[in-house]
Design a protein around this ligand. Structure first.
Ligand code: NAD
Ligand code: MG
Length: 392
């Protein structure tokens, strides 16, 4: 891809109003001479979307919820920015052919747009891990076919990408993903029993959207990341490990056959991996806090506790079984997390709902995006039924 010294690159941000979307816009705003914003999309935050589109001087703003189109048009009136609405319009925006697309929609809702961007080619910076978990093989094949450059944004995968010798994948023995352990790292099951959504969303190291914050608290996030890593790096499922590292300084590690271990380190700020994907293969300045190891003093590591955090074990099993299992795990987790955030099921029920959904549904492996979405819909239906049995 073009470096930063060449012509301006056109960029599209899917999920522009979220945590990753805003961090991306922050970096683009500091480098206006290097990027032209083509399209920004969001689900329902009209004001956030319109404001971002005007600040970034975007050509197009798309709101997912069609009922909000009149409001978006109002908010953009006089700006010259085109407004569109609906799921299909988000997919069309993804297909417009930006040089660089940030895929930062949360959940399986991002599947079709990510697929559209990958099919179109160019560079796709992927934050939307759920799309890769549910449809990994289909997505990576689409990228190969179109020649798209798929760059991982997730901090662990971005770290691995920076350390992994892609020309010699056979020289890599093991990949270790680090996990902060989330806000309940040191709590017993009993202590986790009554935690509130607000407590679960308060991550000790990273400021993120609500869903991924809950996933980090259950360690489902690390489980989804194991599956994500498996699709991004050509090693068998058993080559991926997780270690709890509370300081979130080492973002992940790659071990080579000779015993060398390469790691990427940095302050826990998503703008660092996002900047890596924006500038790739060059590097760009960021305003991020510099890593000060002397101030941090020491780095700790420990084994993840699968008894207190069963979600990680469920994800590991889904990765081993493959087929439809990762998509079912993801769908059930999305349903359970949404219920928890809505003050429905209890925190510890999230993994149980995922477990029960996985146990009761065993369809054949989906071979297309449509089939993945069918599995996703049926898994959601079952997960919602199971969720009801957990509500008082
Ligand atoms: P967020 O909730 O802050 O933002 C989500 C974005 O997706 C918003 O712009 C929202 O409008 C859009 N969206 C939500 N539902 C949609 C739908 N049905 N249709 C279209 N658009 C929809 O989430 P986030 O924290 O920015 O995370 C985004 C993705 O990046 C997730 O997959 C997450 O796992 C991943 N990720 C996030 C971080 C982080 O630091 N926040 C780190 C690593 C990976
Ligand atoms: Mg991560």
């Amino acid at each position: 891809m073009d470096g930063l010294n060449s012509a301006k690159r056109s960029v599209t941000i899917l999920g522009a109003t979220g945590s990753v979307g805003k961090s991306t816009l922050d970096l683009i705003g500091r480098n206006r001479d290097r990027f032209d914003v083509l399209a920004l999309t969001a689900h329902s935050d009209v004001r956030g979307l319109a404001g971002a589109a005007m600040r970034a001087d975007a050509a197009l703003a798309v709101i997912g919820d069609e009922r909000l189109l009149p409001q978006l048009k109002d908010a953009l009136s006089g700006s010259g920015i085109e407004a569109a609405a609906g799921e299909a319009a988000i997919v069309e925006a993804a297909e417009e052919g930006a040089d660089w697309t940030m895929a930062a929609i949360v959940g399986c809702a991002g599947l079709r747009p990510v697929m559209a961007a990958l099919r179109r080619g160019g560079t796709v910076a992927l934050a939307n891990k759920e799309a890769l978990v549910s449809a990994g093989e289909i997505m990576t094949r689409a990228a190969e076919e179109s020649g798209a450059t798929l760059l991982p944004v997730d901090s662990e995968h971005n770290a691995i990408f920076q350390c992994f010798d892609r020309a010699r994948p056979g020289s890599v023995r093991r990949i270790t993903l680090t996990a902060s352990g989330g806000p309940f790292r040191d709590r017993s099951r009993e202590e986790m029993n009554g935690v509130t959504p607000a407590e679960a969303v308060a991550h000790p190291n990273w400021a993120m959207g609500a869903k991924i914050s809950v996933d980090s608290a259950t360690l489902m996030n690390k489980g989804l990341e194991l599956i994500e890593a498996y699709h991004l790096f050509p090693l068998g499922p058993e080559a991926f490990d997780v270690v709890v590292h509370p300081q979130s300084v080492i973002h992940s590690m790659v071990e080579y056959v000779d015993g060398s271990v390469l790691a990427q380190l940095g302050s826990p700020d998503m703008r660092i991996p996002i900047a890596y994907t924006l500038a790739y293969p060059e590097r760009m300045e960021t305003p991020c806090e510099r890593l000060d190891l002397v101030r941090i003093g020491s780095l700790d590591f420990r084994e993840p506790d699968l008894e207190r955090f069963p979600a990680l074990g469920l994800a590991r099993a889904a990765l081993r079984e493959g087929g439809a299992k990762p998509a079912i795990l993801n769908a059930a987790n999305e349903v359970a997390v949404a219920s928890f955030l809505d003050s429905g099921v209890a925190f510890l029920d999230i993994a149980e709902i995922a477990r029960e959904t996985l146990a009761c549904y065993d369809p054949p492996a989906p071979a297309s995006i449509d089939e993945v979405l069918e599995v996703d819909q049926e898994a959601r239906r079952r997960a919602r039924d199971i969720t009801r049995t957990y509500l008082n």
